[in-house]
Design a protein. Structure first.
Length: 751
């Protein structure tokens, strides 16, 4: 079940010395207006701390103490209490003692976007983007499972290798010089020995494995020991000096000291940049003029050489590993001898271990290993010689030798069975790993395709009519992601070379909203804290429309210091709650007032009620200008040409002309009804509102301002639905549109 916010209470937190409560109603969206420094971001800080256990701005060393309010009135216990529609609410006291698993939902879902970190994801490296998206989508758990499967496959492969080594060791102990045996050859050899001793001749190796048969043939322990000693003597006599060529080791150490690998990654990125069309005309590093094609050719030539060096590194690595594997095999043979001697209660020194293959290899260490093996061999030969059987071994000792041989055969067959099982398990593990990896890739591509489509749709809503498309989030390398756009027929990845800061910020907002829509399951609210700093007025309106229309099924908490954006947003979404933070003081913290649904027009009425005629007139004129601008924009009204003047900077007289033209073009029947009201409002501007706003001669009476406010409210009501409160152009075009609920239409129907 997804959750929404109902009430937030802060105590002695950040800029709040006492207690501050924010009421979200029954999960309604909330628009918060306040100038910079009045404490509105404290709301976002509180939600970030509650759901993540920290505040990104305070994550650096020496800032954590700023979670508590530092004023004299802020000496109380610091805590946050949140009431939600589900089970995510509660109370958190500073210092936060919650365990990391308490933040599972917030680590998997996105809910907070700040203006200061707006383009963080876009500006991350491709590897950082992968890590961020993996954490957000829970891909870290998916990746950990893939690693577990890979580790299991590797462990089983080691079991295969260990079984093969056991088979080879047992085969050599039995008498195979090359470590290879067949069951027929082993059976024939045993049958020949048994015939020579005059004992029961086995007809199969299964018979040889029967403990009863072995007991009948082997007899007493003394003979068995003699046989084991003889087997040990043979194994020791087969030892030879270790010959090792340290050339591959020296090549490996030389390769590790080469700095070509970082250069390879750098030149791969340079090749990607220089492959774009048209060719570059200046050096990306020093900005000096260059021949783009020649530079690209030189980069590719150098890149080819580095790639060849990379392949040479792999060859040298294999040769070095083979050298160490040979030394390891020699050590394994001697460990087998050590085990045989231990069974005879013979004390031998431990077998030296070969150095690991995990970086530069110490040549002196390898030479020391060879010397220690040689010393170990001499010691073992001397010890075994002390226990060599006397001439003319008895039949009992021969039977003991047979028993020891049978033990080796049993070990050889057991290792073969283990090898068969291990190979079967490895084949299954390999198929599971490959299938999981393919499915993981398929699922990731599907997710990226889904989110890319949503990002493109949202971005187009913010920048309609611009020649920009094909916005995608693409895999780049095995563990990397990057954003790409189609810009006038050219594929740009990343898009920083063709998009302005404002466009990149729009892309960041679209990506944030798309991620929330696509992947959030538990959190059904989003917090946007001052995200429009780089937006012009037109694009602020586009964002307000996007949030009001396409996210009406989400709970949005939008904090802004821009009054016009605040008004645009709340006019488009009259069902939202409104909160104004009017000021901040050291002793009291943020001072708030719940803004009325009529916005700035309501503020004008409040000023008038407080006998602030000048303030009421100023607010009324601003409300009228904003309303006229909004109507002209919605009707697509044509305004007189003025070179270098933006539509949002038109004088109020031009706006009156524009609204008349727009109504005559789209709703002639409405023009006659509207004209008297417009004339009266023009008179109000000249006689009442301008007198107070511009300090002209004369002084308007409060009754005149009150009458003007009533006429402005009448004009506003003509464009608003009495049922749902949205504008009559909420859906459709200026020729035919309607409000959100569909009960009010434009042009209005004849009565």
């Amino acid at each position: 079940m997804s959750e929404r916010l109902h009430r937030l209470t802060m105590r002695s937190f950040r800029g709040v010395p006492g207690t501050m409560e924010v009421d979200f109603g029954e999960g309604q969206s909330l628009a918060v207006y306040g100038d910079n420094g009045t404490g509105k971001s404290t709301i976002a800080d509180a939600l970030e701390w509650f759901f993540t256990g920290g505040i990104e701005l305070l994550s650096h060393e020496g800032r954590q103490h700023a979670i508590r309010n530092l004023s004299p009135g802020g000496g109380e216990e610091t805590w946050i209490e949140l009431v939600t529609s589900g089970g995510l609410g509660g109370k958190v006291v500073y210092p936060d003692a919650r365990a990391p698993d308490a933040f599972g939902v917030a680590s998997r879902e996105t809910f907070l976007l700040r203006g200061r970190t707006l383009a963080d994801f876009i500006n991350k490296t491709k590897t950082e983007k992968w890590k961020a998206l993996a954490e957000l989508l829970g891909l870290d758990a998916v990746e950990l499972l893939r690693q577990d499967l890979q580790r299991a496959r590797t462990d089983i492969k080691k079991q295969v290798k260990a079984a093969e080594e056991r088979i080879e060791a047992a085969a050599r102990a039995i008498g195979a010089a090359d470590g290879k045996l067949s069951e027929d050859a082993v059976l024939q050899s045993l049958q020949q020995i048994c015939r020579g001793l005059g004992v029961d001749v086995p007809d199969s190796l299964e018979r040889v494995s029967d403990p009863t048969w072995i007991a009948d043939v082997a007899g007493g322990g003394e003979g068995a020991s003699a046989g084991k000693l003889e087997a040990l003597s043979k194994a020791v006599s087969a030892l030879g000096a270790i010959e090792v060529d340290l050339g591959p080791i020296r090549e490996w150490n030389a390769v590790l000291g080469d700095s070509g690998l970082p250069r390879l990654a750098l030149l791969e990125d340079a090749d990607a940049i220089l492959s774009t069309s048209p060719p570059v005309e200046s050096c990306p590093l020093c900005a000096q003029p260059v021949d783009g094609k020649k530079l690209a050719s030189q980069v590719r030539e150098t890149l080819a050489g580095l790639l060849e060096s990379s392949r040479e590194r792999e060859r040298v690595s294999e040769a070095a590993r083979a050298c160490l594997d040979a030394l390891g095999a020699a050590g394994e043979t001697r460990r087998g001898i050590h085990a045989m001697a231990k069974a005879l209660r013979m004390k031998l020194p431990e077998v030296p271990s070969v150095p690991p293959f995990d970086g530069p290899i110490d040549e002196s260490g390898l030479e020391a290993f060879v010397s220690e093996i040689d010393r170990w061999d001499r010691t073992v030969v001397a010890e075994v010689a002390k226990s060599a059987p006397a001439e003319g071994a008895t039949r009992a000792s021969q039977l003991g030798m047979l028993a020891a041989l049978l033990e080796q055969v049993r070990a050889w067959r057991s290792a073969q069975r283990d090898l068969g099982r291990a190979k079967k398990a490895y084949a299954l593990a390999d198929r599971i790993y490959d299938a999981y990896q393919d499915r993981q890739k398929e699922q990731l591509e599907r997710m990226l395709t889904s989110i890319s489509a949503r990002v493109a749709e949202l971005y187009s809503s913010l920048h309609p009519g611009e020649d920009l498309g094909g916005i995608t989030v693409e895999p780049w390398t095995a563990k990397g992601l990057e954003l790409a756009v189609d810009f006038h027929g050219s594929r740009q990845r990343p898009p920083h070379g063709v998009l302005s800061e404002s466009h990149l910020n729009s892309l960041a907002i679209a990506l944030f909203l798309a991620m929330a829509q696509t992947f959030n399951e538990k959190l059904r609210f989003l917090v946007l804290d001052d995200v429009i700093n780089s937006f012009d007025l037109e694009h602020r309106g586009q964002l307000a429309e996007l949030l009001a229309d396409k996210f009406d099924d989400w709970q949005l908490i939008v904090l802004t210091h821009d009054r016009q954006f605040f008004e645009q947003l709340t006019r488009r979404a009259p069902g939202w709650k409104r909160l104004e933070i009017t000021s901040w003081s050291y002793d009291e913290g943020p001072r708030t007032s719940k803004s009325s649904s009529s916005g700035i027009l309501g503020e004008a009425s409040t000023r008038l009620a407080e006998n602030d005629v000048n303030g009421a007139a100023t607010k009324a004129r601003r409300a009228l200008e904003g309303l006229l601008q909004e109507v002209c924009e919605a009707l697509g009204a044509e305004l007189p040409f003025r070179r270098g003047a933006r539509n949002d900077q038109r004088e109020i007289g031009e706006l009156f002309k524009g609204i008349r033209r727009g109504v005559k073009e789209h709703a002639k029947g409405m023009a006659g009804e509207l004209e008297p009201l417009l004339k009266n409002l023009e008179a109000d501007v000249q006689a009442s509102l301008n007198v107070e706003a511009h300090a002209s001669r004369g002084r308007a009476a409060a009754s005149e301002i009150e009458a003007a406010l009533g006429r402005i409210e009448s004009l506003e009501s003509m464009w608003s639905c009495p049922a749902c409160g949205t504008r009559v152009w909420h859906k459709g075009t200026p020729d035919a549109s309607r409000c959100k609920c569909g009960k009010s239409v434009f042009p209005p129907l004849p009565t």
